[in-house]
Design a protein. Structure first.
Length: 149
């Protein structure tokens, strides 16, 4: 096993299956990971359609479908017990790419659209809680503009 990748308390993460990149809060106090959804609709065949908020002002929304991995009661940061739907996807952070399970939940009152919890961290990451963006740049890197002939 290779040594864990050092990361800060906040990093940029990618979800390659969804072609999404977003800022994440790394939270070793949270067991599970959670992504902010504006809408969650259960579909037949144990599937779910969900709309992810990529920004706080809801200017950037992405609607996706996935198989439901599990349903579980989760205690929120306020101590309230909530039933949540979990899906599985691929997470890419720094040089690590791995499958993680993510709960779908409304996080519109939170600063960060995605919370990376202990189960998602696994043995692959070592968190330096005093550093903001250790493994990824603080500012979002914009792709170069296409210059035409």
């Amino acid at each position: 096993m290779s040594s864990p990748q050092i990361i800060g308390w906040r990093e940029w993460v990618e979800f390659p299956e969804w072609s999404i990149r977003m800022r994440a809060k790394v939270d070793t106090g949270a067991r599970s990971s959670a992504i902010d959804c504006a809408q969650i609709i259960e579909l037949p065949g144990d599937r779910v359609r969900f709309t992810i908020r990529l920004d706080r002002k809801e200017r950037k929304l992405v609607t996706l479908e996935a198989d439901i991995k599990l349903r579980k009661r989760v205690r929120s940061s306020t101590g309230e017990g909530l039933n949540r739907i979990f899906i599985e996807t691929t997470l890419r952070l720094a040089n690590v790419e791995k499958r993680i399970v993510v709960s779908l939940v409304c996080r519109k009152t939170m600063i960060h659209r995605f919370l990376l919890g202990r189960e998602g961290l696994g043995g692959d990451f070592l968190v330096n809680g005093s550093v903001d963006h250790w493994a990824t740049p603080k500012k979002r890197i914009k792709p170069p503009s296409k210059a035409g002939p």
